[in-house]
Design a protein around this ligand. Structure first.
Ligand code: FES
Length: 172
């Protein structure tokens, strides 16, 4: 009898603990972004770097850039038609890392099909579809730089949507 009571108490304490844990987890998942940022939870403060001016770009001619720092090469592209994540008057300006997400080889732009291509193991990424991988070994899409165009046409990079190859954090 005493033994049964002990088991019952134990069960109730276990359930109470589970409920508290679940409530804590639920609270953690609904933290507003501002509060999470204030607590320093896995948020990255990206620099706002000027890359070029809209007037500097020619349709389908890549411009070499670097973001968020000099050790992270990328490419700025005006694709000629509105695309995912595109900015500017035509919504066709995008920027990507050119370090292959597979093993970090430097990729080159193919103007024929608007892809970035890796000479290492031949991964290919579609610049018109947010850097989506269309072939090869990589296990993630290409990091796309978030852009903003100012009133005077200056193009700024202000974020990255995937982890840049070789980094534990995009901002070192
Ligand atoms: Fe690019 Fe392997 S390094 S596919």
């Amino acid at each position: 009898m005493k033994c049964n009571r002990m088991v019952d108490v134990g069960r109730r304490q276990f359930l109470r603990g589970s409920l508290v844990g679940a409530a804590g987890a639920a609270a953690a998942t609904v933290l507003p972004a501002s509060q999470a940022k204030a607590q320093g939870l896995a948020r990255v403060d990206y620099p706002s770097n000027r890359l070029a001016n809209v007037a500097d770009l020619v349709v389908n001619e890549p411009m070499d850039i670097a973001y968020p720092d000099a050790d992270s090469p990328g490419v700025l592209l005006k694709l000629g038609q509105a695309v995912e994540g595109g900015v500017g008057p035509e919504g066709d300006i995008v920027a990507y890392s050119v370090l292959c997400p597979h093993k970090g080889w430097l990729m080159s732009y193919n103007a024929g099909d608007k892809t970035l291509n890796c000479p290492g193991h031949h991964s290919r990424f579609d610049c018109e579809s947010g850097g989506q991988q269309i072939w090869g070994h990589a296990t993630q899409n290409l990091p796309q730089f978030e852009l903003r165009v100012a009133d005077n046409g200056d193009i700024f990079a202000e974020g990255v949507d995937e982890l840049i190859y070789g980094r534990l954090s995009n901002v070192l």
